[in-house]
Design a protein around this ligand. Structure first.
Ligand code: FES
Length: 133
């Protein structure tokens, strides 16, 4: 008799309640490494993958031939999601709400209505811009 590939008690399927799901999202996923994509999927500078885990959305971007960055997929101004698509290639990261742009390292490039940022430090050109993961 062959062994099952996955133990039946490994994930308690019968007990996978909303509360169990909430606990996994709160206590497991934020503390373990995630496989967002394969390096080959973002081979060219500007290639990106929008990795979603639970309620989080992370942009994984090849910012240079030898550098890959990951950012929360959220504009630091008003929290609009920056990219809705699954993957693609871009030369800068554009926010569709107020047209702010960030370079591939997440630094602000264009900040329209700067006075509306009310001192948000991520709106400062010297600041990091998009929150890195
Ligand atoms: S919400 Fe992104 S620039 Fe305002």
């Amino acid at each position: 008799m062959s062994q099952p590939i996955v133990r039946r008690d490994f994930v308690p399927g019968s007990d996978y309640s909303p509360e169990f799901h909430r606990l996994v999202m709160e206590r497991v996923w934020p503390k373990v490494w995630q496989v967002a994509c394969r390096v080959e999927e973002i081979a060219e500078v500007g290639d990106y993958v929008n990795y979603e885990i639970g309620r989080e959305s992370i942009l994984v971007v090849r910012s240079a031939q030898d550098k890959i960055r990951a950012f929360y997929n959220v504009c630091p101004h008003r929290g609009r999601r920056l990219r809705d698509d699954e993957r693609g290639n871009l030369s800068s990261i554009f926010c569709g709400y107020h047209a702010g742009t960030f370079d591939l390292n997440g630094k602000p490039v264009t900040i329209p209505e700067r006075e509306d940022w009310h001192g948000c430090p991520r709106g400062n050109r010297e600041a990091r811009g998009i929150m890195a993961r």
